[in-house]
Design a protein around this ligand. Sequence first.
Ligand code: NAP
Length: 309
Amino acid sequence: MKIALVGVGKIARDQHIPAIAGHEGLTLAATASRNASVEGVEAHTDLASLLEARPDIGVISLCTPPQYRYADARLALEAGRHVMLEKPPGATLSEVHDLIDLARKSGVTLFATWHSRHAAAVSAARDWLADKTIRSLEVTWHEDVRYWHPGQEWIWEAGGLGVFDPGINALSILTAIYPRALHLSNATLTFPENRDTPIAARLSFADPGGAEVSADFDWRKEGDPAWDIRISTDAGEAVLSEGGAKLHVDGNRLETPEADALGGEYPGLYARLHDLVSRGESDVDLSPMVHVADAFTLGRRLTTDPFQF
Ligand code: NAP
């Protein structure tokens, strides 16, 4: 299966290129990026010229920031190519619905990825929780924006999501492991006075099952990140830590495949892509993005100190 990558930046280099190289059924056949290329791989500066030059490339994987992804996704789907989207799948929900319709009409695969769902302990956490009575669940997603997103202006521009860029990873795990649908009941978003996206957010969710569910996202934590979900149940306390990589129940580690923070996630995504394309199916779950959209709709706005890199 020949793949082209669009947007050769941080995540393309850190994760997509090694994950494609590590899958025996996939080949990186070309790239489209205005300012970057991959040594030894055919390079174009825009997707339109790539699509015209390479009708043999069946899959386009889009690694650009969310605000600039829709036009390329449309172009690729209209050209009859399968499309894989980085998270979040778009800048708005309605544009992703448009892509879903187009993929269906074109008879091709659309795969909206949530890499954190492929972290080593996420499915074990889902299975463990399935028959428990949940009393409370608390998400803590704290990291240093200067370390994890150095110089990324797009993340501070409207549509870039700010702290919800990592926060949506937590929500992708929450929506994968929680046994019921939740909905947002309260939110507070803290914006630097010179930026269009928040640096911190606190969320509360209503659970029809009665548990207290909350999330705290903050980009102002220096040093090691905290990417944890703490769940109190009738059968003990579970902690899903390190972004979904490790699961402890009452302090004891549950055996899951070894993987460091992002280690197994992108190989898992590309295995899933290969599977979806082979079977002629799509996979677009918008539930993490719905919670983020709700937070922008419902959230109270607080203002804090200006942010400079
Ligand atoms: P990035 O390095 O800032 O951007 C990726 C590439 O997109 C850039 O190198 C650039 O390539 C292109 N690009 C940037 N701004 C653009 C614009 N205004 N118009 C068109 N193209 C533009 O971002 P990233 O960290 O790789 O993140 C990309 C996506 O992956 C985001 O949705 C992010 O949430 C997701 N992601 C990132 C990480 C991470 O650790 N960084 C982890 C998981 C998921 P050219 O200038 O060469 O065109």
